[in-house]
Structures are given as C-alpha cells and as structure tokens.
Ligand binder design. Structure first.
Ligand code: NAD
Ligand code: UDP
Length: 328
C-alpha cells in the first residue's frame, strides 16, 4: 500500500484530498496544526485503518518514520482575511514549511505535489491567465505575504526538481469552494452564504465589477489527483473557467438562498485582483481534465452543507483564535 503525507489535512481542500486518496487505496498520514483548519473536517477518518493524524507545525522539522511515496503540501492559510491576520505564519509555511517538505521528499525519495495559487498572477494584466504569464504582484502590499510565499514555493520546488532530480508537481489552484469551508473564513462564498443564513445584508467589496471563476471541490480534487499521477513537473492551472462578476454572483446567492436581504457595498481591499479566469487548456491537454460541475449545482450542494451548521456556529463571529498560535 502506497503512503501519502497530506499537509493542511484539517483544512477545506486537505480534508477532501484525504478522503480521495483513501478511496484510491492509499494509506494517508494527515498533518495539521489547526491554525485555520478544523478537527471536525477529519472526524469521520480518525478511526479509519488507512489513516493517521499527526498534529504538527510544518515550519518545524518534520520526522516521519518508515517509507513515504507521496507528499501533498496543502498547509497554508488561504483566505485573504486569514493571511492578513497571520502574515508571518503565512510567509513561513510557504517558505520554511515548503523547504522542510522538499527535504523530507528528497530523504524518502517521494514525489511531492505543491499547492500553488492563481494569486501568483497577482492582479493580472493577461486574461484569461495562462501558465506562461509571470504575473503582476505587489511584493510589499498586504496580499504580498501570501502571493510571494507561493511564488517562492514554486521557485524552491523547481530548484529541488532541477538540482536534486526530485519528482515534483505544482498545481495553481483557482478559487475553489464546497462543503467544509470555514463559515467565517472571510472568503466570498462562505461570507455570502453565512450572511444569507443569518439574515444579514450581503457585503460586496468595491462596486462588484471584479470577476472570479469558481471551481467546485470535487472537480479540483480530480484535477489534483490526475496531476499527481502525471509525469508533468511545470505548473498547471486547475480551476473552472466560468467567469462571473462578484455583483452577479451575489445576485445568484440571493436567488439560491431565497434571502430577502439586500446588497451593501464596502471598501475594496488593497490589491484585490480585478479579474481572474483560468486558462485550463494545458490541464485538458496533458491530464485530459476539465471541470464537470456547474455553478448552480455546486452552489446548491455547498449551501446544503452550510445549512447543517448549528445556530451557535452560524452566529460565532470567528471561531479561530489566532492569538494562541502567534504567541508560540
Ligand atoms: P484552509 O485554511 O481550509 O486549509 C489550510 C490548512 O493548513 C488548515 O487546516 C491549517 O490549519 C493548515 N496549516 C496552516 N499552516 C500550517 C502549518 N504551519 N503547519 C501545519 N498546518 C498548517 O485552506 P484551503 O482552502 O483548504 O487551502 C489549502 C491549500 O490550497 C493552501 O495551500 C492554499 O494556498 C491552496 N489554495 C486554495 C485555494 C482555494 O480556493 N481553496 C485557492 C488557491 C490555493
Ligand atoms: N468579496 C466581497 N464580499 C465579501 C468577501 C469577498 O465582495 O464579503 C470579494 C473580494 O473582494 C474579492 C472576491 O469577493 O474580490 C473574492 O474574494 P475571496 O476572499 O473569496 O478570494 P480572492 O479571490 O480575493 O482570493
């Protein structure tokens, strides 16, 4: 049985990857320090024979006994609101954390897949974004802590590939959503759905003309799994090219949830990208992958999940206590 280490396992994408890899017959070691994740995302796996959990901060030296065949490095805050609150941890997990995991992969002769992001393109001047676009990132702006950590992550990964011959894969993930997102992580889908469920107005940042392209989690996981098993070591975009303005999107959420609340406008955060849409021709060509789940279906399944959360969960302003982590 092949063994895979998944970092960020208690997070949104990490927990879905644990499920998928177990289903594919792997033994999964999940690692997380819970800084933005939630133990409950893995509650169905703790007693599974093919799963073990290791509570650990990946910016510290990582020790794994025995053989390891694959590593999926997904540990990192991913919501702009999270990474603005914990900027140093965000920089460290993308840099020191990635260095540790590459070192581990080298020692174990394991193949490693790194979670990169559409944020490496910054506020893009090329549209839609193709993998050969170098990006437009403000290194010293508030989002720079995430964007530059991810850009460094890609560079060090390619260096390990070229210098040490390590088997590496890089996925550039575009906005992905679905069950197990943290309701209060600040990202637009949980934000709008939480507001609809609490009977609050939906907050649009800026005038809502900025665009995003949202990918349902099952499509994303399928793309990542195919990339892991491929022999392609340069970055690959995985996302859904269906592009929508945030204003239109808010109207879709209002229609889906049946809320009678209205839209209110707040200030656009600095360096918030004005447009984002993945060009997925490369993934289609080399992985024979394309997204299958449309926005309406994906949003319905996600809303069903948020509806199952308790009233207490729904009204908590933020159940993350970053202060505990910052003191360490
Ligand atoms: P998430 O916040 O739900 O999950 C991240 C997980 O990483 C959390 O469980 C957190 O506790 C853990 N973590 C953070 N720092 C850690 C550390 N130092 N040691 C151990 N664990 C740590 O976010 P997500 O949406 O699941 O994102 C997962 C990965 O995918 C991230 O690397 C993110 O950059 C990337 N990504 C996600 C999206 C998206 O739309 N969801 C888009 C682009 C990239
Ligand atoms: N956004 C918004 N209202 C919210 C949360 C987000 O209008 O309550 C906007 C945000 O400014 C951005 C888009 O929605 O333009 C997507 O934001 P998100 O935080 O989900 O991810 P990003 O793509 O910016 O990383």
């Amino acid at each position: 049985m092949k063994k895979v280490l998944i970092t960020g396992a208690a997070g949104f994408l990490g927990s879905h990857l644990c499920d998928r890899l177990i289903k594919e017959g792997f033994f999964v070691a999940g690692m997380d320090n819970f800084i933005t994740g939630d133990k409950r995302n893995l509650s169905h796996l703790y007693n599974h024979l093919n799963f073990e959990f290791i509570e650990h901060d990946v910016t510290q030296f990582i020790n794994i006994e025995g053989d390891l065949d694959y590593i999926l490095h997904f540990a990192s805050p991913a919501s702009p609101i999270d990474y603005l609150k914990i900027p140093i941890q965000t920089l460290k997990v993308g840099s020191l954390g990635t260095h540790n995991l590459l070192g581990l992969a080298k020692a174990k002769k394991a193949r490693i897949l790194i979670a990169s992001t559409s944020e490496v393109y910054g506020d893009p001047l090329v549209h839609p974004q193709t993998e050969d676009y170098y990006g437009n990132v403000n290194t010293i702006g508030p989002r720079g802590v995430y964007d530059e950590a991810k850009r460094f992550q890609e560079s060090i990964t390619m260096a390990y590939h070229r210098f040490h011959g390590l088997e590496t894969r890089i996925v550039r993930i575009f906005n992905t959503y679905g069950p197990r997102m943290r309701l209060n992580d600040g990202r637009v889908i949980p934000a709008f759905m939480g507001q609809a469920l609490r009977g609050e107005d939906l907050t649009i940042f800026g005038d809502g003309s900025q665009t995003r392209s949202f990918c349902y989690v099952d499509d994303q996981v399928e793309g990542i799994f195919k990339l892991l098993l491929s022999d392609y070591s340069l970055p690959v975009n995985i996302g859904n090219p269906y592009e929508i303005t945030i204003k239109e999107f808010a109207q879709e959420v209002i229609k889906l949830t049946g809320t009678s609340q209205k839209i209110i406008y707040k200030k656009l955060p600095q360096d918030d990208p004005l447009q984002r849409q993945p060009d997925v021709s490369l993934a289609k060509k080399i992985l024979n992958w394309e997204p299958k789940i449309g926005q309406e279906k994906g949003m319905r399944m996600t809303f069903e999940y948020f509806k199952t959360l308790s009233q207490e969960e729904l009204f908590k302003s933020d159940h993350k206590d970053f202060k505990n982590h910052i003191k360490k």
